[in-house]
Design a protein around this ligand. Structure first.
Ligand code: AMP
Ligand code: GLY
Length: 430
């Protein structure tokens, strides 16, 4: 079979790499893809939100499966558009994609279903938002309702700063995404990322992951898109996973299904494990980046039958679960993000990165490229904020971490920055 994947990041490189190892797959096409994805299969220069040309490309290529990587095209309705043309699409339609595209929608849905999450209010007027803020205690969590490229959450220590930020957000700091705000109670605890593959009715929960959102070691510095991840995350015990399935995953998927909007793709549940139990921080409607990289490197099964079953739907439950027979034997894996100095602020592009091939030869190591390109001399260069995701599997988590860092150490890129402590919470437990 032939597969078209939409996206160009480390997440999509990992998905393309994993799918290319399936005996079922002949060709993997990417749009727009990347230098690294071009080595897996042909890339087509169509942007992820260019709906018209994505549809044209799909009609021209006639893939057997279309996998959508990022949230932006899902929020625009690319899955509906391609399904209407008869394609099997891995990724939810526009209505269920509102779980990520509107934080207010997600919060209201959780409230209706009694899904545990932080107390909140939705606001379009500054005076009402400020009045609600004064009923909460510090720190204050302000969120743009809409998609803001992962930057729409602001956490502030004082009432004064939070009041100023309310004004900034409502007057267009994040454009149309922040014409409405969600203000939330601050939750404390350890975070985890849960990924559920579903056809809208059946579901399989993948090994739990933990991301590292802050830029610097010891979880300091600004929030980023994620500086590293590992799986499985020991904070997610069997009992907690069962609780999440019962109190979060099942009610949300059932509600969408009964409303006539079955969710077909991967549901990302961002969790805070509080003293009162697991609570939802956010939903996303796609794989996490860099969580996807550890999952794809570590999961022993062929992922293609499961992605295809989510896209086509209608499989009996027993058969659906049997699609990933070894999912519980997933090896530990760690991924370290190497970013351009200055990220998540402004950074320079063009620095040459050397020795990635040597790094990739270390046992257990796979390099997934995010914002990496090539220069006229054909050398690998930094071309984005997060540039490389250096991923390793091991017999133990410690071994996976050591392998990932020995690869990082081999890579010659003086302008690159990375955290040295990915997986520290899990290792501290041992
Ligand atoms: P999000 O973009 O919704 O994932 O938020 C980014 C990060 O902000 C999360 O990973 C959490 O670390 C933090 N965060 C979001 N909402 C809350 C909350 N209600 N309480 C505490 N931390 C939060
Ligand atoms: N790693 C967090 C995200 O993908 O949103």
């Amino acid at each position: 079979m032939n597969i078209l994947i939409i996206g160009s990041g480390g997440r999509e490189h990992a998905l393309a790499w994993k799918m290319s190892r399936s005996p079922l797959v002949d060709t993997i096409w990417s749009a727009p893809g990347s230098v690294a994805m071009d080595q897996i299969g042909p890339c087509f220069d169509v942007a992820v939100n260019d709906m018209e040309n994505l549809e044209k490309l799909a009609l021209q290529l006639a893939p057997d499966l279309i996998v959508i990587g990022p949230e932006a095209p899902l929020a625009l309705g690319i899955a509906d558009q391609l399904r209407a043309r008869g394609f099997d699409v891995f990724g939810p339609n526009k209505e269920p994609a509102r779980l990520e595209a509107s934080k207010g929608f997600a919060k209201d849905l959780m409230t209706r279903l009694d899904v545990p999450t932080a107390a909140y209010g939705r606001f379009t007027q500054a005076d009402q938002a400020k009045a609600f803020l004064r009923t909460l205690s510090a720190p204050y969590v302000l969120k743009a309702d809409g998609l803001a490229a992962g930057k729409g959450v602001v956490i502030l220590p004082t009432l004064k700063e939070a009041e100023t930020e309310i004004e900034n957000m409502l007057s267009g700091k994040f454009g149309a995404a922040s014409t409405e705000l969600v203000i939330e109670e601050f939750m404390t605890g350890e975070e985890a990322s849960i990924f559920v593959l579903t056809d809208g009715v059946n579901r399989i929960t993948l090994p739990s992951c933990q991301d590292h959102k802050r830029l610097l070691d010891h979880d300091e510095g600004p929030n980023t898109g994620g500086m590293g991840a590992y799986c499985p995350a020991p904070v997610m015990t069997e009992a907690l996973l069962a609780e999440v399935d019962e109190t979060i995953t099942a009610p949300v998927l059932d509600e969408l299904n009964h409303a006539g909007h079955p969710y077909q793709g991967v549901l990302y549940i961002g969790l805070m494990i509080t003293s009162e139990g697991p609570k939802v921080v956010e939903f996303n409607v796609r794989f996490g980046d860099p969580e996807c990289q550890v999952l794809m490197a570590a999961m022993p099964d062929d992922i293609v039958p499961a992605l295809l079953a989510c896209a086509t739907g209608g499989m009996p439950e027993r058969d659906f679960r049997a699609l990933l027979p070894a999912v519980n034997q997933t090896r530990p894996a760690v991924t370290v993000v190497m970013a351009a100095r200055g990220y998540p602020g402004s950074y320079e592009k063009g620095a040459v990165i050397r020795n990635t091939e040597t790094a990739g030869e270390i046992e257990g190591v796979t390099l997934f490229h995010a914002g990496a390109g090539t220069n006229d001399a054909g050398e690998l260069i930094a071309a984005g904020g997060r540039v490389l995701t250096v991923t390793a599997v091991g017999v133990t988590l410690k071994q996976a971490m050591e392998r990932a860092y020995s690869a990082v150490d081999v890579i010659d890129w003086p302008e690159g920055i990375y955290r040295r402590d990915i997986a520290w919470r899990a290792l501290a437990r041992q």
